[in-house]
Design a protein around this ligand. Structure first.
Ligand SMILES: [Zn+2]
Length: 119
């Protein structure tokens, strides 16, 4: 569904103008994210989960959270973020170096979305 200007404006204020996921301040270029994904059908057009395409299923999101979340569920998005530590330790020389010099301290903190902290 395409949001009207009024719906989009109300959605942006759902969490005080902040991204529902990371809590950053939303600028002018933000995304209306489907909380439960609609899963776009890029081959045939339309979407595979049209039942999720309704106004109550939207969260305001910064572009980077929306792009990383893509068509994932909230739990899957959370697991993806949680897994970043593992991939940084495996793939990023700069990360490992910074960690060795005490610049980075890893924790076992559970990923909690901004909108979950606001509840
Ligand atoms: Zn965000």
């Amino acid at each position: 569904m395409r949001l009207t200007k009024t719906q989009r404006s109300a959605l942006k204020q759902k969490y005080g103008g902040k991204c529902a996921y990371c809590g950053c301040e939303l600028g002018d270029r933000w995304h209306a994210d489907h909380i439960e994904p609609i899963v776009r059908d890029w081959i045939n057009g339309g979407c595979l989960r049209p039942e999720n395409n309704h106004i109550d299923n939207f969260n305001p999101s910064c572009a980077s959270c929306n792009i990383v979340k893509s068509s994932a569920s909230l739990d899957s998005f959370r697991r993806t973020i949680q897994g970043f530590i593992k991939s940084l330790n495996r793939d990023s020389t700069q990360y490992k170096f910074a960690k060795r010099y005490g610049l980075i301290k890893e924790t076992e903190t559970e990923v909690k979305f901004y909108f979950e902290k606001k509840l």
